[in-house]
Design a protein around this ligand. Structure first.
Ligand code: ADP
Ligand code: MG
Length: 382
């Protein structure tokens, strides 16, 4: 919705004008899957899809929230008391941010909030991180907390880990807070250092959601995380970031088959991220294609997080693009989305191939998003 209309809506709901706007993007991960919580490397890119938060400070300590995506529900809680889970599923993301800020010792005050977003939800584009970062940006502004984008990202991750019970890594929140228009971000998840990497102008990002119903995702996700942590312990390193392939092969017999396979994925994926960063800098589609194909293969056979629908989508798109595009699954797996990097003139080929074959083979309809890279968190006075 355009800003003027949105500001009018805000005024209709709260009978005051909003004072400022905080907005943060969704993201797609080009390469580096399941490496973030192993302190490794990732190469995500912020999208032009954004979650927008209009807000106005209140004189009391009540936080009121409306979201245009949930018109029949609103959220309201006080920051005077210890913050606990509420009834509203989406409202809990706002409580989660207030909870981690309070826990970190910051003094909060009340605000009126209106949320609008064009980040597809549950499509693997991280609408949850966009929401967390945008909300934290609003509190940062109103309560004059002086938080850096990196601090906001870490708080967003804590909100998701400790209040929403999702054991995600730092990638989604950090790219949402620090994304740079026209660039991907190479993140070292150990030091949290970032480097912006230009995406060549003629490259398009095509994201295709398989719309495969995701089941048992949390328990499988947490199991993978445990396997990685156990493998690191047996390898004698703090996290798998500290291991290399030689070390892994030397103690293969001490690891369970799954621990070996999970660690193999993480160690090999870290080196693919570095190689893919260099390939992107050279606009070398051929190397990107190989690296993304290897990443997908490793996610399918070693990390075991793909499903026939996402494997099938990758195959359909790779066949349509031949050597002109790079394709792999992206995000949390067990369904979700795939990402294609290709020249703009080849986007239509991908779309027609998906239209032609995907539903026929899998009895599901895919959603296709042709995206550009967008900027990170922005807070502006109105
Ligand atoms: P993803 O992050 O992949 O989009 P998640 O399940 O992690 O999927 O996060 C989606 C949840 O985030 C939604 O169910 C909702 O609770 C919350 N959310 C995202 N966008 C909005 C929004 N615009 N308004 C309110 N809640 C939102
Ligand atoms: Mg999420």
């Amino acid at each position: 919705m355009n800003l003027e209309l949105l500001a009018k809506k805000f005024e209709n709901i709260y009978s005051v004008k909003p004072q400022a706007i905080s907005s943060a993007p969704g993201r797609v991960n080009i390469i580096g899957e399941f490496t973030d919580y192993n302190d490794g490397f990732v190469l995500p890119c912020a999208l032009e899809f954004r979650t927008v938060v209009l807000f106005k400070a209140r004189a009391d300590n009540i936080v009121n929230v409306h979201s245009l995506d949930y018109p029949n529900e609103s959220e309201s809680f006080s920051v005077d008391n210890k913050i606990v889970q509420g009834e509203s599923q989406w409202g809990n993301y706002i409580r989660a941010i207030a909870f981690v800020l309070q826990r970190a010792g910051y003094t909060l005050q009340g605000l009126d909030i209106l949320i609008d977003s064009n980040v597809p939800q549950g499509a693997g584009l991280s609408s949850s991180a966009a929401l967390e970062v945008a909300i934290c940006g609003a509190f940062n502004n109103v309560c004059k907390l002086g938080l850096s984008p990196q601090q906001i990202a870490v708080l967003g991750q804590e909100a998701e880990n400790d209040f929403m019970n999702c054991q995600c890594g730092i990638m989604d929140q950090l790219i949402s807070a620090k994304g740079d228009k026209g660039k991907a971000l190479l993140i070292d998840c150990e030091s949290l250092e970032t480097e912006s990497i230009a995406i060549p102008d003629d490259l398009s990002l095509v994201i295709i959601n398989s719309n495969y119903p995701r089941k048992l995702v949390d328990s499988e996700y947490n199991q993978r995380r445990q396997d990685c942590e156990e493998a690191a312990r047996i390898l004698g390193v703090e996290t798998l970031r500290g291991a290399n392939m030689e070390m892994l092969l030397a103690i293969k017999s001490e690891l369970s088959e799954n621990q070996f396979k999970r660690a193999h994925h993480v160690i090999s994926e870290n080196s693919r991220v570095i190689q893919a960063t260099e390939a992107l800098q050279r606009s070398d589609i051929n190397s990107l294609r190989q690296l993304m194909a290897e990443s997908h293969h490793s996610l399918k056979h070693n990390f075991e997080v793909t499903v026939p629908a996402t494997d099938g989508l990758v195959e359909i798109c790779q066949n349509a693009l031949g050597d002109k595009g790079a394709v792999r699954m992206t995000g949390g797996g067990f369904g979700g989305a795939i990402v294609c990097l290709c020249r703009s003139e080849d986007v239509l080929k991908v779309k027609s191939a998906v239209d032609e074959s995907y539903e026929k083979q899998f009895n599901l309809q895919a959603s296709v998003y042709v995206c550009k890279s967008g900027g990170g968190l922005k807070v502006l006075a109105l």
